[in-house]
Design a protein around this ligand. Sequence first.
Ligand code: 2NL
Length: 356
Amino acid sequence: MNDLDQLQSETNAALDAAADLRALDAVRVGVLGKSGRLTALLKELGRAAPEERRERGAALNRLRDSLTAAIEARRATLEDAALDARLAAEKLDVTLPPRPEQPGLTHAISRTMEEMAAIFGAMGFGVGEGLDVQTDWYNFSALNIPGHHPARADHDTFYLPGTRDGRPLLLRTQTSDVQIITMLNQDPPLRMIAPGRVYRADHDATHSPMFHQCEGIAIDRGLTLGHLKGCLIDFLRAFFGISSLPVRFRSSYFPFTEPSMEVDIGWNRKTGELGGGGDWLEILGSGMVHPRVLANCGIDPREWQGFAFGMGVERVTMLKYGIPDLRPFYESDLRWLRHYGFNPLAPVALHEGVAP
Ligand code: 2NL
């Protein structure tokens, strides 16, 4: 066996013995590296006689190619084995039980607005939404509240920098802009509610600068106070789930309705229980849509009549569920949210007392 056969068989044995990529690299450096055995033989070639040099040179090149191929073949085998080992170690156990999920809940405000949509929906009302930023025309002027009217000051409006169509911008103080836009764009008859966020510069234990309102409007030929009363009595009895809930209508004043009525429900002031007890609690405002508001929206008040109403979403939610404080509605305290939250998959029920 000559020295090249010897080198070949020793290297092959070393490659077989190399158990990992690091050992493999040591073998490679020992043969082909700067001071490797084959490199040394190539360096010696220069001192050989010319006729011997050609033959030996060709043999050394063949040996180098064969050893390089053997090293790469071994490297591929070791890399495959390393990947197989990793895949075996990282096996996913699909039989493990899933981690318990923390399901989300529906906020009481959202739940109330969903219930309002369901109850009024059964009476033929659709739901409209608008934007929080509006001009003073949609928020005030269209509603028969002129610039000098004290109601503009009463609402403690947040005015914003800038204008649209030359009109001052503000955060809406009521959701009436939604009905105004609908009346401008749609021919009567129409029935809709507008639940949503409103803003007033008022902040204490019972007032938040942002809160929610639900307004509603019905426009048709020949609508009367009787329709308004029937609709609101049905709604209140359905919403509070008390079919015998006493409801009282009291004369009042709003610039956008004439006549106007405040609506009270029966309760017990001492126990806070709704449904009786001889005391009255104001719950919403309502009235027949002022003819000037209809005219402002391009509806002829001699042909069409309407009734409208508005109520605070937080207020009716607090009364329905006995929630004593307004502030936690907006504080995102998980304990409160879990206590007063609703299963989002539970259907919104229509209670007795609804006349679809
Ligand atoms: C209240 C009283 C009310 C309305 C809102 C309304 C809207 C249009 C036309 C006429 Cl577009 N009226 N909305 C009517 C009466 C009362 O709200 O105390 N809300 C909390």
